[in-house]
Design a protein around this ligand. Structure first.
Ligand SMILES: Cc1cc2nc3c(=O)[nH]c(=O)nc-3n(C[C@H](O)[C@H](O)[C@H](O)COP(=O)(O)O)c2cc1C
Length: 128
């Protein structure tokens, strides 16, 4: 399984690096505007602007969104309750895929555990 992650200032990358230790069989790819993935992937994205999906993620989803199987999000509660992790919430709705988890900033180790466990579970059950 491919884990595609978007990270502007490094917090999601920090999360992804720890997730990779728990999911060594997964391939981790950082999302850029030109990224295209032609097989199933899980997305981990931050939220930008005022509850916006980051631009590179918008472009990436145009080319590759048909292959998304699940999403997780990073955000910060101080941007307001209705904007918190809005990007991952909107993508889950738009593409009708499970929202695995939302976490603040780089996440605690417990957040990494939650996402890793959910991914392993879905893979084991053949659901993704
Ligand atoms: C300009 C700006 C706008 C942001 N807007 C939101 C927002 O609307 N909702 C939210 O949950 N987090 C928001 N955030 C917080 C980021 O999503 C959060 O810090 C995330 O962990 C950043 O990930 P990164 O370091 O991998 O880029 C914003 C951050 C910045 C700098």
């Amino acid at each position: 399984m491919i884990i595609a992650y978007a990270s502007l200032t490094g917090k999601v990358k920090h999360f992804a690096d720890r997730l990779q230790k728990q999911l060594p069989e997964c391939e981790f790819i950082k999302v850029k505007k030109t990224t295209e993935i032609n097989e199933p992937f899980i997305l981990v994205t931050y939220t930008f602007g005022h509850g916006e999906i980051p631009n590179e993620v918008k472009k990436f989803m145009l080319s590759s969104g048909r292959n998304i199987v699940a999403v997780a999000g990073s955000g910060e509660k101080n941007w307001g309750e209705h904007r918190y992790c809005k990007a991952s919430i909107d993508i889950a709705k738009q593409y009708d895929v499970p929202l695995l988890h939302n976490f603040e900033k780089m996440g605690y180790d417990s957040d990494v555990d939650i996402v890793a466990t959910k991914i392993k579970d879905l893979l084991q059950k053949g659901m993704i």
